[in-house]
Design a protein around this ligand. Sequence first.
Ligand code: GTP
Ligand code: MG
Length: 234
Amino acid sequence: MKDTVVIIPVYNEEDSIGLVLDNIPLERIIKVIVVNNASTDSTVEKSKREFTEVVDQLQRGYGSACLKGIESCHKYNPKYVAFLDGDFSDSPTELNQLLSEIDKGFDLVIGSRVRGNNEPGALLPQAVFGNWLATRMMKYMLGGFEFTDLGPFRIIRYQSLLDIKMEDQDFGWTVEMQGKALVQKLKCSEIPVSYKKRIGVSKITGTLKGTILAGQKIIFTILKIWKNKFSQSF
Ligand SMILES: Nc1nc2c(ncn2[C@@H]2O[C@H](COP(=O)(O)OP(=O)(O)OP(=O)(O)O)[C@@H](O)[C@H]2O)c(=O)[nH]1
Ligand SMILES: [Mg+2]
């Protein structure tokens, strides 16, 4: 039964997107939406398959690309929406594990790289520290389910995705979804997923600028969600 749409944001991933698409198990997949984020290489050509829809998002930013993907979801009216990176650092075949977990009645399932098998050097120390800090902050400030990672590889119930009204345009996307899920008491879970070194040059985690900008945005996003939760409770 095809009930899931996959969203893959891509910015210049011509060397990896083909591998990602070739390894997605398609049994339950209605469509794979590849969101081209103003790529300047042959990513778009390499994204064309009979099971993909390639859409453009000219506004740069990981979150902007994901928001565009959600917009393109409506016509497929999926039960679930999965997110996957386009640099082949996630293992698309593990989508089946995410599906079997969410089928147990959860609203959001995160693929935890921290609990999974990682290729040495794939999950950089700054990412390990950043994820540890962010998940600790969420635990103590928002309560509820205890996440161990802000991994990009995840699946969420489509209705829950609409209910949490995602808005972040760049690095705050993953933590915004998890933080709002905790505040709205969605049923959350996590499974271990493997993580490999990305194909191609690192754009974020492997760069000092990317790490600092992402780190700032993640902490700022948690504080914003906490403040809103707080102000709602009075
Ligand atoms: N960096 C970046 N990635 C984007 C953007 N839009 C879409 N993406 C895609 O978002 C996914 C995650 O970005 P990555 O660059 O892999 O981010 P990361 O995994 O934190 O860090 P690296 O893999 O080390 O670069 C990839 O598929 C990118 O191609 C954008 O504006 N900037
Ligand atoms: Mg990556």
